[in-house]
Write a protein that binds this ligand. Structure first.
Ligand SMILES: Nc1ncnc2c1ncn2[C@@H]1O[C@H](COP(=O)(O)OP(=O)(O)O)[C@@H](O)[C@H]1O
Ligand SMILES: [Mg+2]
Length: 318
């Protein structure tokens, strides 16, 4: 169990992490989600004792990082930047780490097997692809067989096969009872991996919720209706107490009715329909709404914004 209490980090007058309070539980994958610059890496560095909080603290099973007896065998981490010595073979890189952390040598082959690098164990990481580098970083994180694992944006730059592999590995590690904390700036990635979700923006906590709840509350379904007679169709729907929301191009979003009901009503009143399609608002949209006020640099978008849809994610704002 990792507990953050009012964790804060300021760089000059910039507050990178702003009074974060949340816990990370064992046995599940907890996703740590936020746009670039939200403060994820800074938070993780403080959790690992690599950066000093300005105020607040982090407890790992009740203790501070510097009070842990064998911290590297207790927590394993893959941080964003690759910290691999390019000139040493993969095996020797792990051997060096094992020797300085009292890890038995036979663990090296075990982790190389686990990450699928056995064949290239005697090669130098200099020539490794990004995916192989990530695998070596993960092997290093797993070396001490730690109870707690942290991965900072582990899928960045990986091919689909590598992403699939990391996703399954994280779930497997959690199923063994470990605490797995993984960051990403992509909601779609988290939805497939994490059971619990912590969302931050500009250093502040925006949501701390189970993934199932987040999906249930944010995956809004509606039917898109397009007709050359929008006013008439609106009156038809109003007669049964349904108020459609108009999109910018004149299409209507109808909630609370099935496409078949809408189509039959339209036929009854002889309203011509050009479209009648069930829709699902994506989790990516829900995430964008939640963090809309906290993205550091907005790209200028053309056309309708996600805000044009009813802001259900706003309810979770803190
Ligand atoms: N060493 C540092 N000095 C000054 N500012 C920093 C430093 N590290 C991070 N920041 C700033 O803190 C904010 C959070 O950064 P970071 O934790 O890297 O975000 P994320 O990992 O979510 O993308 C950013 O605005 C970043 O520019
Ligand atoms: Mg980062």
């Amino acid at each position: 169990m990792i507990e953050l209490r009012e964790l804060t980090k300021r760089y000059g007058d910039k507050t990178a992490v702003d009074r974060l309070t949340f816990s990370v539980r064992p046995g599940i994958v907890t996703g740590f989600l936020g746009p670039n610059g939200a403060g994820k890496s800074t938070t993780m560095r403080m959790m690992l004792g690599l950066d000093k909080p300005t105020s607040g603290d982090v407890r790992i099973d009740g203790r501070r990082y510097d009070q842990l007896r064998d911290p590297l065998n207790y927590i394993g981490a893959l941080l964003e930047a690759k910290a691999v010595h390019g000139g040493r073979t993969a095996y020797n890189h792990l051997l060096c780490m094992a020797q300085s952390n009292n890890v038995p040598k036979k663990r090296i082959d075990a982790v190389l097997d686990l990450v699928g690098l056995r064949e290239v164990a005697r090669k130098r990481p200099k020539g490794f692809s990004l995916g192989m580098g990530q695998r070596l970083g993960i092997a290093a994180a797993l070396l001490g067989d730690p109870k707690i694992l942290m991965f900072d944006e582990p899928v960045n730059g990986l091919d689909p096969e590598g992403i699939h592999w990391i996703r399954n590995l994280m779930k497997h590690l959690a199923s063994e009872g470990r605490t797995v904390f993984v960051s990403s700036h992509l909601m779609s990635e988290m939805a497939l991996t994490a059971e619990h979700l912590v969302v931050i923006g500009r250093g502040k906590l925006l949501a701390d919720t189970s993934m199932a709840d987040f999906i249930a509350e944010n995956s809004r379904t509606f039917v898109r209706v397009r007709t050359p007679e929008p006013e008439r169709m609106r009156d038809v729907l109003a007669s049964v107490g349904v108020m459609p929301v108009f999109e910018q191009d004149g299409a209507m979003q109808v909630e609370g009715m099935e496409p078949a009901q809408i189509g039959e009503m339209a036929a009854w009143y002889r309203v011509v329909l050009h479209e009648l399609s069930p829709q699902k608002a994506s989790l990516e949209e829900a995430f964008m709404q939640l963090t809309a006020g906290s993205v550091e640099y907005h790209a200028h978008e053309q056309g309708p914004t996600p805000d044009g849809r009813s802001g259900q994610a706003g309810r979770r704002r803190r």
